[in-house]
Design a protein around this ligand. Structure first.
Ligand code: ADP
Ligand code: MG
Length: 493
């Protein structure tokens, strides 16, 4: 470990003071070993996202979208067809379920749809966190756990709704991992992301996996629509607002989808849509061009279970922001004695610092940054003085600012691509981007940085037409609406 300080500081901050524990003989080396100033300056420099960087990212995103639409495998972006060509109309009626497997939680939702007259009559929902061991277990174990949670929730429906005899309850299944959709109600898992390493699912139809688990549990339910979370958010948000054209998820991971014209999809061969439009799931988490990355990002990536993949996701999404901050703080503690004598040993634990911790530290407006101090103490067992806490907040802000601004540039890239193909139809009128996910919902600074980048890139005039709006739990209702729209019993409920 590095040397602790007994006197104020070199560089841009005051050092932690722990005189009682500081052996005198160390004092000679402290001034060269204890400055974190240069480390912070370099971090800010490496993470900077000035306008030209944002513009480059937006342009590269638009170009990658085009290449991905040309041919399968044509770019980092898979540009997956959703098989959804008619969005909910508002006529949907009946009782539907939605099941959402995200990354941190799975949610079950029951929606009673009343058609044009009555809209959404009632919703009930429940959330269960996914036990860590299931993320590394077998496919059967994971899907049995989900089916059993769904079964318990369905039992609580009581006698409120009677289904015609012989009919099964229908589910919209939101599955937020990359899937090659093969029909509206089937899709092959391409790969797990967000830290999942479940054996036996990749290459299989995830709807079949769930249906089999439901059968094992004796559940009279069936999946009528397999929906990506971004796609579900778009469908749900558009139910209320016709101007929604794009949906973005910023939660554990990240993804985006948008409404595309069929004639702008060269790789499309047989699938025809009555409306001439469809939803494209970009899987933008795999984007990688022109991102300002640091040694901390590279080291983190190398230690993940999917090195070299999902680079955009690893730079902007909730699963990783806390981990990047942890890596920076560890280096500052080891090489710059950020926490003085306090041993940073625990700080070496991967994923010790979570994004909600980073967020809570940034909300601390007390003079002595009490919350920052206690989070550092409780999570990493380090003692800190006010100067060190200020540095910690600056590190959090640097990583979160980069994430939010790059997410904003990605959104502009999508809008840019849509505008190029349909002059005036995107920027010339009100266009809504529906946002969902825990990171976007709970992190005010992240939201502000994202919006700032969009405004900077579009300019104040154009950005007036682009409305970036939180659509809370839109994806659950969206999935239920899509199950209704694709009901195997038609619309005669
Ligand atoms: P999922 O992505 O698993 O479907 P959510 O959309 O609810 O689930 O997102 C959960 C993620 O959101 C968490 O993993 C975390 O990264 C982030 N998050 C949750 N709460 C907060 C918070 N208070 N501040 C910042 N990020 C948060
Ligand atoms: Mg989710």
């Amino acid at each position: 470990m590095s040397v602790a300080a007994t006197s104020p500081a070199v560089g841009s901050f005051c050092l932690p003071r722990f005189p009682r524990h500081t052996p005198r003989f160390r004092m000679a080396v402290r001034s060269s070993a204890i400055s974190v100033g240069p480390l912070l300056t370099k971090l800010k420099h490496d993470c900077a996202t000035p306008l030209p960087v944002l513009r480059h990212v937006a342009d590269a995103m638009a170009a990658d979208m085009r290449s991905g639409l040309e041919i399968d495998g044509g770019s980092d972006l898979k540009m997956i067809l959703s098989y959804i060509d008619s969005l909910p109309t508002g006529n949907e009626k009946g009782l539907f379920y939605a099941l959402d497997l995200g990354g941190t939680n799975f949610r079950v939702l029951r929606v009673h749809l009343g058609g044009k007259e009555d809209g959404v009559i009632a919703t009930e929902f429940e959330q269960v966190s996914i036990p860590q061991d299931l993320m590394f277990g077998t496919s059967e174990e994971l899907f049995d756990f989900i089916a059993s949670g769904l079964g318990k929730f369905a039992e609580r429906e009581g006698g409120k709704f009677s289904m015609q005899s012989g009919r099964k309850r229908e589910i919209g299944f939101t599955f937020s991992f990359p899937v090659r959709q093969t029909s509206i109600a089937s899709g092959i898992l391409i790969k797990w992301t967000k830290g999942f390493a479940v054996s036996g699912t990749a290459g299989r139809d995830v709807v079949a996996c769930l249906n089999e688990a439901m059968e094992r549990q004796g559940l009279e339910m069936q999946v009528s629509a397999l929906v990506n979370d971004a796609v579900g958010t778009l469908a749900g948000a558009r139910y209320w607002d016709d101007d929604v054209m794009v949906a973005v998820i910023l939660g554990t991971g990240t993804n985006a989808c948008y409404i595309e014209r069929m004639d702008a999809i060269p790789k499309l061969q047989s699938h025809v849509s009555s409306s001439g439009r469809t939803i494209i799931n970009t899987e933008w988490g795999a984007f990688s061009k022109g991102l300002p990355l640091t040694v901390f990002d590279r080291d983190m990536d190398a230690a993940t279970i999917n090195p070299g993949e999902q680079i955009f996701e690893k730079t902007i999404s909730g699963m990783y922001l806390g981990e990047i901050v942890r890596r920076v703080l560890l280096k500052m503690a080891e090489e710059g004695a950020l926490f003085g004598d306090s041993s940073p040993e625990k700080l070496s634990t991967p994923f010790l610092l979570r994004t909600p911790d980073v967020c809570a530290m940034q909300q601390d407006d007390s003079d002595d940054l009490k919350v920052v101090g206690s989070i550092l103490h409780d999570s990493a067992s380090v003692e800190s003085n006010v100067s060190a806490r200020k540095i910690v907040v600056e590190v959090c802000d640097t990583i979160v600012k980069r994430g939010g601004r790059l997410a904003g540039a990605g959104i502009v890239g999508i809008l840019q691509k849509m505008e190029e193909d349909s002059k005036g139809l995107v920027f010339g009128k009100r266009t809504v981007v529906a946002m969902d996910g825990g990171l976007y919902e709970h992190y005010p600074q992240y939201r502000r940085y994202l919006q700032d980048a969009v405004t900077e890139l579009l300019g104040s005039e154009l950005s007036k037409n682009v409305v970036i709006e939180h659509s809370k739990d839109g994806s659950g209702i969206g999935a239920a609406l899509l199950a209704a729209a694709n009901s195997m019993y038609g619309h005669d409920l």
